[in-house]
Design a protein around this ligand. Structure first.
Ligand code: SAM
Length: 275
């Protein structure tokens, strides 16, 4: 497809730099620049923004973020083969793209932000994405260093992120996301939009931090949800036995016969605050 930014089509970039997709790095590239723009637009206005992009690969999403006006993009990519392709984008947008070769799971994003508000946008392998999301939701200090997260996941993970009580997808991730963020699924992307196509449908999830989430200690909340959802089909009196059982539930005024998936985020916080 013809590129609106004057840079060569992504298919040519991939061929020229020999970027055959590596399964071990979860490489499924988005080559349709209309779609990458749609993903980037989900983050809201990027005019003048600082954006962290994780896993830019050959740079399709990076190009969209820059074309939509981001003042600065800092991109962390693990695959050194992608760096020459990204250098071409850097040359096209002087001073606006900085690429860091490294593992996003070992990157200190808060230090990189250096006190500036940042938007985070990423199309990552889902296991890396989920781990990063959890890391970004757990800091003691809140609101966090980021002002929004726009992340692509396999659809089933997206459903777990936005799920609330009485939903089959509700679990630890839904409680954590519901506690500290407003999260919604923006749109799905079918497998055939990627090169090579993954096995499942993907979805773009957008999260914004709640400014005043219910007061709660993240470690304690994790302890409660790990116990409760560890045996999600059992009654709470059984599943939370190891952390206080019926006595704890009585103090929280929660019926011990209920199951984890019926508890609201507020009720999980109430139990956690009694630990
Ligand atoms: N953003 C590109 C796109 O949308 O076409 C590439 C997406 S591809 C699904 C995932 C990218 O993340 C690959 O470029 C891969 O090399 C990179 N990646 C995988 N694991 C990573 C990690 N731990 N840290 C940084 N980048 C990683």
């Amino acid at each position: 497809m013809a590129a609106l930014d004057g840079l060569p089509p992504l298919r040519d970039v991939i061929a020229r730099h020999g970027l055959d997709a590596k399964k071990s790095l979860g490489q499924n590239f988005l080559l349709d620049l209309n779609l990458t723009q749609k993903v980037a637009r989900t983050a809201g206005s990027l005019e003048g923004a600082t954006v962290f992009e994780i896993g830019p690969g050959p740079g399709g999403l990076t190009r969209a973020i820059l074309a939509l006006g981001a003042e600065k993009v800092i991109a962390v990519e693990r695959d050194a083969r992608c760096l020459p392709a990204l250098a071409e984008i850097e040359a096209h947008y002087p001073g606006r793209l900085e690429v860091i070769e490294g593992d996003a799971l070992k990157t200190d994003f808060e230090a990189l932000a250096a006190g500036k508000p940042v938007k985070i946008i990423a199309n990552l392998p889902y296991n890396v994405g989920t781990q990063l999301l959890v890391n970004w939701l757990l800091p003691r200090q809140w609101p966090p260093f980021w002002s929004s997260l726009t992340l692509m996941f396999q659809k089933e993970v997206g459903q777990r992120i936005v799920a609330r009580e009485d939903d089959n997808h509700y679990g630890r991730l839904g409680v954590l996301c519901g506690w500290r963020t407003e999260a919604h699924m923006a749109f799905d992307i079918p497998p055939q939009a990627f090169t090579p196509p993954p096995k499942v449908t993907s979805t773009v999830v957008h999260l914004e931090p709640r400014q005043t989430p219910l007061p709660c200690d993240p470690d304690k909340l994790e302890r409660v949800t790990t116990a409760a959802f560890g045996q999600r089909r059992k009654m709470l009196r059984q599943s939370v036995k190891s952390i206080g059982g019926e006595a704890l539930l009585a103090r929280a005024e929660i019926d011990p016969q209920r199951r984890a998936e019926t508890l609201s985020v507020e009720e999980f916080c109430r139990i956690a605050n009694l630990l």
